[in-house]
Structures are given as structure tokens and as C-alpha cells.
Design a protein around this ligand. Structure first.
Ligand code: UVW
Length: 371
């Protein structure tokens, strides 16, 4: 499916006027400088004639495309200019009924990880759970009831097993600090999206609950070994794995969820430094394949699903931007598939309802696969 078919009309922006890259000091860029070392920034500044705002001629810029060109406008979305639910719109009653046919033996597999102190984290993120006192309160009443409460300080939607929402990732299309030219899914700007007490647009509470067909592609199994950081999983490996698993690519339908097992998850809580320093994963080739299939969600046993560092050292997380920002496709990270693989269950119903924390960028929670 073309960009136009997937995302609505996509008028070209003026590609003629690019200026040098702009660098900022975000923790993500720090992460790349220190831990991965080979990644550039995504911003390519430019001076555009008054496409943005009312001034006839304003300084502007555009993000670089993975092909080295200039970003094309990706909005309005296929679900209309006001949509904030993205590819969760695929989950219709018909889709749920269709997916439910894949429940055959009633087994439930947890595919999320346990949230715990010391789990690997991207960048400077934190997760800290405390139970003050012990018990926290009581005794109450003649029956002497006591209770415990926890206090959690965390990037709650972006730690451990995490479901990336549409307000998590955007692209800077203009000069540093110009919030009218930082764009998210459906073209919403940072000016519209940002909010000190939670996102004002594209918050995770706008996502519809998922109940859809899930396909697990075990590329570790196909290769016979864990993939390494920086190795891109190309389409031929996806097809190879599907064939080995006795699955048919044509079985992947619009609205389905596709998961990749790379083996990287074996490092979880075993070698956290290596786990977060990079990862194997899909690149733009497989991202486009997912878009053509019309999937609603990707996921993996790694912290980003996509290859890090990207083989193109000038790009940072281009798959995140392609799937989330441009196509409203969600991403579920830090999953685990060992039990599904041991049971040779590669197709299932994926069930997940993001915690509707108003204005959050993502969600924690306990996704399941039902077979
Ligand atoms: C980023 O935020 C870039 O990473 P992730 O979504 O993988 O946590």
C-alpha cells in the first residue's frame, strides 16, 4: 500500500531548501553518543517559503527520510484529520469475531515481563516502587483490617514491558524549539500535543483496546542463534522463519499484530548493559512490509523492536517514526515469547488494553496471547 493509500493525501513539501543538521541535547542523543556511538540526528534544517504560519517567508526545516531525502507530509491519517486512535481503529467487532476463531485450546500465555527493580532501562529512565510502612495502614475496625499501598516513581508507560502510544514519537521538521514544526501522528504539533501534566493530544487513553490476531515470527529459531546488536532482520529472514514455522505470509491481515523473536530477550536481567547498548531488530524494509500488510501493532523481545544502531548511521529510530508517527502503528516492547515458542504456538489472539492514564505516552501492563 502506498503512503497515499495508507495515510491519506500526502502533499509534497518543498524539497529544495535544506540546511545543515540541528543537534540538541536530549537524553536520547546522549545515549547514542555514549552507548551506541554511530548514530546521527534526524533533523535536517531548511529554509522554506511560508508553508507554516502566516509569514510569507519563515525559517523552517525538515526531517531527513530514511532514504536520505526530505520528509513528505504524512497527515491527515486514513482515519481522518482528528483521529487520535491510529491503527487501534482496526479493532472492530468484526475483527474481534474473526480473531476469536483462533482460540482453540483456551491456553493463556503471558507475554509481558515482570516489572522489578533493576530491570534494564533505556537512557536515564527510572522505575522505583516503594511500600512505606508495613503495613501501610490500619488496623481498622474491630476486625483489625490492615492494608498495603505502593508508591511508584517511574516513566510508567516507558519502562519494562511497554506499549508505545502515538504521542511517544514525533519528528522535528523545523528549527530547534519551534513547537509548531514538531509533528506527531496525524500531523499534530508539539504545540497541540505537549502538556506538563500529560499530553493534550494522542494520550494513551485514546487507544482502543486490542483483541486481534497475533503472529509470532521466530527469527532466532530460523537462524539457530540469537541475533546481535546492529543486525537488521531483513524480509528474507522473515520469510525463512515463516516457512520454517509452517506459516503463510498471506495469513497476515489488516489489523493483525506481528511479533519478532530475536533472542535478545535472553539478556534481560542477565546482562542489562549489553541489552540496552543496542539490539537486533527490523529496519525500514520490514517496517514497510508491515505497513503494506496494514498491521495494527509490532512487538519484540527487545526494547525498541527495531535495529539499534540503525545501519544508516545518520538515522535514529527511523522505524519508530515510520510506524508510530507516520502510520499510527503501535509498538509493544520488552515482550517474551519463550513459552509460546516451546509450545510451538505461533498464532494466537493478542489481548491488551493500555492502562488509560490520561495524557501518558505509553502503557505498562500484562499483555497475553490466547491460543
Ligand atoms: C525510544 O523512546 C526511542 O525508545 P523506546 O520506544 O524503544 O523506549
Amino acid at each position: 500500500m502506498s503512503d497515499d493509500a495508507q495515510g491519506g493525501p500526502a502533499p509534497e513539501q518543498d524539497p529544495s531548501q535544506q540546511t545543515p543538521q540541528a543537534e540538541g541535547d536530549s537524553p536520547r542523543r546522549d545515549f547514542f553518543r555514549s552507548a551506541v556511538a554511530a548514530v546521527g540526528v534526524i533533523g535536517v534544517a531548511g529554509a522554506l517559503h511560508g508553508k507554516y504560519g502566516s509569514a510569507p517567508l519563515i525559517a523552517s526545516a525538515q526531517a531527513q527520510t530514511p532514504a536520505g531525502g526530505v520528509q513528505r507530509q504524512w497527515w491527515p491519517s486514513r482515519w481522518g484529520p482528528n483521529d487520535e486512535a491510529g491503527a487501534s481503529n482496526w479493532i472492530t467487532p468484526e475483527k474481534v469475531l474473526d480473531a476469536s476463531k483462533w482460540i482453540r485450546d483456551g491456553r493463556i500465555f503471558r507475554i509481558g515481563r515482570v516489572y522489578e527493580q533493576g530491570m534494564p532501562m533505556f537512557g536515564a529512565r527510572a522505575y522505583s516502587l516503594r511500600i512505606p510502612g508495613g503495613p501501610t495502614g490500619g488496623p481498622f475496625g474491630d476486625n483489625k483490617l490492615i492494608y498495603n499501598d505502593e508508591f511508584l516513581a517511574a516513566e510508567v508507560g516507558q519502562s519494562g514491558t511497554q506499549f508505545d502510544g502515538l504521542g511517544h514519537i514525533g519528528l522535528q521538521m523545523g528549527p530547534d524549539g519551534d513547537k509548531n514544526q514538531m509533528r506527531y501522528y496525524n500531523g499534530f504539533t508539539e504545540q497541540q500535543v505537549g502538556g506538563a501534566y500529560g499530553l493534550q493530544k494522542l494520550g494513551i487513553e485514546k487507544v482502543k483496546p486490542f483483541f486481534t490476531r497475533g503472529h509470532l515470527i521466530d527469527v532466532e529459531g530460523a537462524r539457530g542463534a540469537m541475533w546481535e546488536a546492529g543486525q537488521e532482520i531483513k524480509l528474507d529472514w522473515i520469510r525463512n522463519a515463516l516457512q520454517k514455522q509452517g506459516m503463510n505470509e498471506a495469513d497476515i491481515k489488516p489489523g493483525d499484530a506481528v511479533f519478532f523473536n530475536t533472542g535478545w530477550g535472553k539478556l534481560w536481567m542477565k546482562n542489562n548493559d549489553r541489552f540496552v547498548a543496542g539490539e537486533p531488530g527490523i529496519g525500514m524494509e520490514v517496517a514497510r512490509w508491515c505497513i503494506e500488510k496494514g498491521v495494527s501493532l509490532t512487538g519484540a523481545d527487545s526494547w525498541a523492536t527495531e535495529v539499534v544502531p540503525n545501519p544508516d548511521p545518520k538515522l535514529a529510530f527511523p522505524v519508530h517514526a515510520e510506524l508510530i508517527t507516520k502510520h499510527g502503528i503501535f509498538n509493544h516492547e520488552n515482550l517474551q515469547f519463550d513459552e509460546l515458542i516451546a509450545a510451538k504456538k505461533y498464532q494466537f489472539v493478542y489481548i491488551f488494553s493500555p492502562a488509560p492514564m490520561k495524557g501518558a505516552t505509553g502503557s505498562n501492563g500484562g499483555p497475553i496471547a490466547v491460543t
